[in-house]
Write a protein that binds this ligand. Structure first.
Ligand code: PLP
Length: 483
């Protein structure tokens, strides 16, 4: 009988029998355990998981009570044979394995689960810690400003009042000139990227991206049949000259870039490279999507060069993406795309087909947030808190990981991008860190070569930073000794 691997965590509030039952239930639902298949005997499973036999009995009782398994007298426990059968159709498993979007990679799914568990020190998520979210500020604002605007379906571009507010905000904060009809309100930059794949690109198109780059965007493009071509880069970002060579080979349809506080590397593309890139983009007729979600998160140090959008405003070769996720709260799900009117109209038309436009409630909240001046006040607080977190992590890295990791001090954004000095496999380090209850994002998920890790300092408090980096240092040393 094959052993069953169940990751049991005694530190969780959830009892062990329930962890076993949940694991088996997930395997049944995902189809990994086929309908009608035999489960391990209670004795076998108990000994392979090193738990008492009654714990497994209780887990099986739970699964039986919930209708997932049946017992056959004298023969053992089986996954119910009829679980996924629909009258006259085949099993759900077939459906689950089809559909247009690819499933998230298993390591990302694992990270998604661990990041919900408060027992783990979370260096994985690029979002703000609970205490940095603007709950109090928003409740106060909502007392002062009634949400008395239109709550029906939104204008397909987004409500005019918010687009007017965004137009002013983008001009004041970044020098971006965008009339309200050049702005589409979306449910965040992830949706903006999705809309671009669905509205402006076709199956088989080649798109240039930074390598490594933002991981949730990659399956999105691959699912749409778009070939991602990696643009060579150094510690200052991509090398513009490579674009012409790659264009000759692949006929690049678009570039998708994060020139400011790149995720995961934190690089800031210098002004000279931005200007050269724009020259090439015009000459070769390749539009650029500029994903600027981290742009406002400047820590200390010099301001970054202006966005590509500002440097190219006369000819509209860019689509500029922004969002409230990193400056306010990732759960608000509100973003924007700025571009030429016909392109914005096309994207808005597709957005309407997909979800009938952005939430009118959230649009009112976002509007109040910007017009009341709360956004600026909130951003100053975030910048100074996140800078302190970054400095705490830098100090902890020097103390505990100085011999094992290399990194650059990020000038903005939420992450350190580190390289392991010795040889280590990403999956091994990741597993060992999980055992120490520390999670981070392995570089291979961004398409980086083995031995890179992204450590986020925004979601954790400073005590967690010190403790998590200490555990990571210990893990790295242990692995180095064993290699
Ligand atoms: C580079 C980049 N683009 C887009 C997104 C998605 O942002 P949003 O929450 O606005 O959808 C993220 C999220 O981390 C990101 O890092």
């Amino acid at each position: 009988m094959k052993p069953m691997h169940v990751l049991l965590d005694p530190a969780l509030k959830k009892p062990i029998f329930q962890q076993i039952a949940d694991h088996i239930e997930n395997q049944i639902v995902s189809g990994e355990l086929a309908a009608g298949s035999k489960l391990p005997t209670e004795r076998f499973l108990a000994s392979s998981l090193r738990v008492h036999r009654t714990t497994v009995t209780k887990a099986y009782d739970e699964l039986r009570a919930n209708g997932f398994i049946v017992s056959k007298q004298g023969s053992g426990n089986y996954v119910r044979g009829d679980l996924w059968e629909m009258p006259g159709s085949s099993s759900w498993r077939q459906y689950i394995q089809s559909g247009a979007l690819r499933p998230t990679l298993p390591m990302m799914q694992q990270l998604r689960d661990f990041s919900q568990d408060p027992h783990y020190i979370n260096f994985a998520d690029g979002e703000l810690a609970e205490e940095l979210l603007p709950n109090t500020m928003l409740s106060e604002l909502l007392r002062q400003y009634p949400l008395n605007r239109w709550l029906g379906y939104s204008n397909h571009l987004g409500e005019l009042y918010l687009r007017q507010t965004l137009s002013k905000h983008l001009q004041d904060e970044y020098g971006i000139k965008a009339a309200p009809d050049q702005i589409l309100v979306t449910s965040g930059s992830q949706q903006s990227l999705h809309l671009i794949t669905q509205s402006l690109l076709s199956y088989g198109d080649c798109v240039g991206i930074e390598g490594p780059s933002y991981f949730y965007a990659q399956p999105l493009f691959q699912s749409a049949g778009i070939r991602l071509i990696r643009l060579p880069s150094d510690e200052e970002g991509i090398l513009p000259e490579a674009v012409s060579d790659l264009h000759k080979r692949y006929r690049l349809k678009m570039l998708i870039l994060t020139p400011t506080y790149h995720n995961p590397t934190g690089t800031v593309l210098p002004l000279s490279r931005r200007l050269r890139l724009l020259e090439l983009s015009r000459a070769l007729n390749i539009p650029i999507v500029e994903d600027d979600v981290y742009g406002p998160i400047r820590l200390d140090g010099a301001p970054p060069p202006p966005p590509l959008n500002v440097l190219s405003s006369a000819d509209n070769v860019t689509l500029y993406l922004g969002s409230l996720s990193k400056t306010a709260a990732s759960g608000i799900r509100l973003g924007w795309i700025v571009g030429a009117v016909p392109v914005i109209e096309r994207l808005a038309d597709v957005k309407q087909q997909v979800d009938f436009g952005a939430s009118t409630l959230l649009q009112q909240i976002a509007d109040v947030f910007f017009t009341s001046g709360a956004w600026g006040e909130h951003l100053s607080r975030i910048r100074s808190e996140v800078t302190r977190n970054r400095d705490t992590m830098a100090e902890a890295l020097r103390t505990y990981c100085g011999d094992d990791l290399e990194w650059n001090l990020p000038q903005g954004g939420f992450h350190f991008w580190c390289k392991v000095k010795g040889e280590v496999r990403d999956s091994e380090l990741f597993e060992q860190a999980i055992r120490q209850q520390v999670i981070y994002v392995p570089g291979s998920l961004y398409g980086a070569e083995q031995g890179h890790i992204r450590l986020s300092y925004s979601r954790v408090n400073r005590d967690e930073i010190v403790e998590g980096i200490r555990r990571l240092g210990e893990t790295l040393r242990k692995l180095a000794k064993n290699s």
